[in-house]
Design a protein around this ligand. Structure first.
Ligand SMILES: Cc1cc2nc3c(=O)[nH]c(=O)nc-3n(C[C@H](O)[C@H](O)[C@H](O)COP(=O)(O)OP(=O)(O)OC[C@H]3O[C@@H](n4cnc5c(N)ncnc54)[C@H](O)[C@@H]3O)c2cc1C
Length: 276
């Protein structure tokens, strides 16, 4: 995408009216796509935004699913990217949290340019495997198994949806989240995660800081290592369901180690965001 169109991509625009206006005509979605109105756009962290969308015709979604966003420039150029949904349940309101990749085509626009009232095209909900359902809805075989969530950076988004659904259902399943994040300022859903940890559904969060720790943190910053991982996850002997989400390199490294620790590969669900 060139700079000349980059400034207008992302609003469902009428080319004749210019990039900053939203055209209800252009907003008619193509087949299978919905029009989403941005009802709130704010900073989630210094490098990420939280977008709340009202999606016309949205059927609701399960915790862990994602959607596709398609941006269209006035010249018809389109770019489509997937984003996990941080919310779940029935209703047309959808929450996203998006990390800005400095050299990215789409994410800088979504983080820096999208404003309340803008319209976006979205497709979904997508994904059938990387989901979690409360006890009443899930397969008997998954019934009593604890759940280990492992997030790298923005990979926490679907795991936050899963943890929130667990709390909302007051589900008795034991949950643990291991969250690898650059610095304390980069934690997504920081207040909400604190609240989840004190809700009645059993939920524990463990952080690994890769670049800067909070003051007095017992360990130096650094990437999750094999022994850190082993010490911070529910052991294989307890047969947890495991959800891992983050950049491709992060997910593959973690999943390989989990298998080495004795976790059944069929119990490990992964979502790869791309990158290395
Ligand atoms: C199912 C799914 C769900 C996703 N959910 C989210 C989400 O909730 N929040 C979110 O911020 N992103 C999410 N992503 C990633 C998102 O789809 C885009 O890949 C990301 O926003 C980068 O797009 P871009 O156009 O800015 O970068 P691009 O122009 O596509 O890429 C720019 C450069 O960054 C590299 N790159 C691409 N993706 C990543 C990555 N994830 N990490 C590191 N480097 C990368 C590319 O190789 C390239 O060098 C998800 C991806 C998938 C497949």
């Amino acid at each position: 995408m060139t700079d000349s169109v980059g400034s207008s991509v992302g609003r469902v625009t009428d080319a004749a009216a210019g990039p900053s206006s939203v055209s209800p005509i252009a907003a008619v979605p193509r087949s299978g796509w919905h029009v989403a109105t941005v009802v709130a756009a704010r900073k989630e962290t210094p490098n990420a935004a939280r977008l709340e969308l009202d999606v016309d015709g949205w059927p609701g979604n399960a915790a862990g699913q994602h959607l596709d966003i398609r941006l269209t420039a006035p010249d018809g150029y389109t770019a489509t990217r997937s984003y996990s949904i941080a919310s779940s349940g029935p209703g047309a309101r959808v929450t996203l949290a998006i990390d800005k990749l400095p050299d990215g085509e789409v994410s800088p626009f979504l983080v820096d340019e999208v404003r309340e009232g803008d319209m976006l095209e979205v497709h979904g909900p997508l994904g059938a495997f990387f989901v979690w359902r409360p006890a009443a809805e899930r397969l008997a075989v998954d019934g009593v198994r604890p759940v280990q969530l492992i997030a790298g950076g923005s990979g926490v988004v679907p795991l936050f949806a899963i943890a929130s659904a667990h709390a909302a259902a007051d589900d008795p399943t034991r949950f643990r989240l291991l969250y690898s994040v650059r610095t304390p300022d980069d934690i997504y859903f920081a207040d909400e995660l604190r609240a989840l940890a004190s809700a009645s559904a059993p939920f524990q969060v463990d952080y690994v800081y890769t670049r800067r720790t909070p003051e007095g943190w017992p360990t130096a910053p650094g990437r999750i290592m094999r022994d850190t991982l082993e010490a911070a996850v529910i052991p294989a002997a307890e047969h947890p369901l495991v959800y891992v989400c983050g950049s491709t390199g992060f997910v593959e490294r973690i999943a390989d180690w989990m298998v080495e620790f004795g976790h059944d590969p069929r119990s490990i669900r992964t979502e790869r965001y791309g990158g290395s």
